[in-house]
Design a protein around this ligand. Structure first.
Ligand code: ISE
Length: 336
């Protein structure tokens, strides 16, 4: 069976997903595209056998030929498209963030619960990265004991002037919020955000940020968010347990020792760092659509991450520890 996919938003990640769905993965094809910029949508459709270009995302969702939807448009449009997919009963893969606020995430959760079956998968691709998966296996396997602390860094080489702290929390550290919840199998209960001396290289507002989170079980997590690391795109993660520690290994495919120095490659950007994880993630989505039920990161996970982001923005504004209030997890999202 081949899943007929429509892609909303054909910027960088949307086009990359089209390439994946048509040339890399098994069991999918792209039959429709749309973008706010119709010219860009036409261009993206050029390389496809016969893809319909729709004037709006809603038209694409309404297209009977589209069985499942990828939402890769800007974050502020995600809520509307995902709600429309749920209303149409169509499986949807939504790039992160699922929603820009906790309220918007909650509306998606409520709509999916009312529908009665999971339709939404959120693009938290770290859950599909070999390194993160190996780390999860160690933590869940128990050899390092109960987690006490976790140290994370999310360093982008450089970001433009629009990269505000709110954007950093909603678009970047949203990955860490999910990774922490997933790796520790715990909820983040409260956050505090610190603003160190501003990086003079920053083109935007405050950079870097340091977020400290406390989990429901009492572990503490620090997350560094940096927009101007300059040397490359660097993602770090270490879990400190009662009996040992586990951290992501080096991502460089080769390490060279010469002239008294050790050298390896630091990825240039996130698409280089996570290319394979994106492939595995989207294949998992295609397979779940074929099987009839979403199984990857859920709307609840997207909602929880948005709620942590909201609390982070409030914590930065007030310089106070701020609780993350999620409410009860609906049965739909409780794994048996
Ligand atoms: C970017 O939008 C992403 O999607 C990347 O995954 C993230 O690491 C980066 O910080 C964001 O700006």
């Amino acid at each position: 069976m081949t899943v007929r996919v429509g892609v909303i938003g054909v910027g960088m990640i949307g086009r990359d997903h089209i390439r994946r769905l048509t040339g890399v993965l098994a069991g999918s094809t792209v039959v429709a595209v749309s973008d706010l910029d119709e010219g860009r949508a036409r261009e993206a459709a050029l390389g496809l056998a016969s893809a319909h270009v729709h004037p709006t995302g809603q038209d694409l969702i309404d297209d009977d030929g589209v069985e499942a939807v990828v939402v890769a448009s800007s974050g502020d449009t995600h809520e509307g498209y995902v709600l429309a997919c749920i209303a149409a009963g169509k499986p949807v893969f939504c790039e992160k963030p699922l929603a820009m606020t906790a309220d918007a995430g909650r509306r998606i959760v409520d709509a999916e619960v009312a529908f009665g079956r999971r339709l939404v998968q959120v693009g938290f691709m770290r859950r599909y990265d070999d390194g993160f998966r190996a780390l999860k296996d160690v933590v869940a396997g128990g050899s390092i004991g109960a987690p006490l602390l976790m140290h994370c860094a999310h360093r982008n080489p450089t970001m433009g002037p629009g990269y505000t702290p709110a954007v950093a929390l909603a678009e970047s550290t949203v990955h860490e919020f999910d990774a922490v919840r997933w790796l520790l199998d715990d909820e983040i209960a409260a956050v505090t955000v610190f603003a160190p001396r501003r990086n003079a290289r920053s083109l935007g507002e405050q950079d870097p940020l340091l977020l400290v989170a406390e989990t429901a079980s009492g572990a503490f997590v620090d997350i560094e968010a940096a927009a101007n690391a300059r040397y490359g795109y660097d993602i770090r993660c270490e879990v400190v347990g009662e009996d040992g520690t586990a951290e992501l290994g080096a991502v460089s495919p080769v390490v060279v020792r010469s002239d008294g120095a050790v050298r390896g490659r630091v990825p240039d950007n996130w698409w280089e760092r996570f290319e394979r994880a994106y492939d595995v993630e989207l294949q998992d989505w295609v397979d779940s659509v074929t099987a009839g039920e979403a199984t990857g990161p859920s709307a609840w996970d997207g909602y929880a991450a948005a709620a942590i982001g909201d609390a982070g923005i409030e914590a930065l504004r007030t310089a106070q520890g701020t609780p993350v209030v999620l409410g009860e997890r609906p049965e739909l999202y409780i794994k048996v």
